[in-house]
Design a protein around this ligand. Structure first.
Ligand SMILES: [Zn+2]
Length: 83
């Protein structure tokens, strides 16, 4: 099965842009304070386990890279598209 990622909504992780991306999203402070958590499993988000960001009800949330969480994120995006 091939899932197409809707690029405009999932912010994929690129290490060198990581800090800038967090700042752009207004989440850098939370990240610095390590209060960023995965929206689905509440895992603490670090540079090493970040899958990406998702926009849910106009709020940006972070998603960890566990298979279940990244799949949920993708499913959520697909659901949003079909509305
Ligand atoms: Zn997670």
């Amino acid at each position: 099965m091939v899932l197409k990622l809707p690029k405009e909504k999932i912010y994929t992780f690129h290490k060198k842009d990581f800090e800038k991306m967090l700042k752009d999203l207004g989440m850098f402070e939370d990240f610095e304070k390590t209060t960023l958590k995965c929206h689905f499993c509440s895992n603490k988000i670090s540079e090493n386990n970040l899958f990406g960001f998702l926009k849910i009800n106009k709020k940006i949330v972070s998603i960890c890279n566990k298979v279940e969480c990244s799949e949920k994120a993708i499913q959520f995006q697909i659901g949003e598209k079909q509305k």
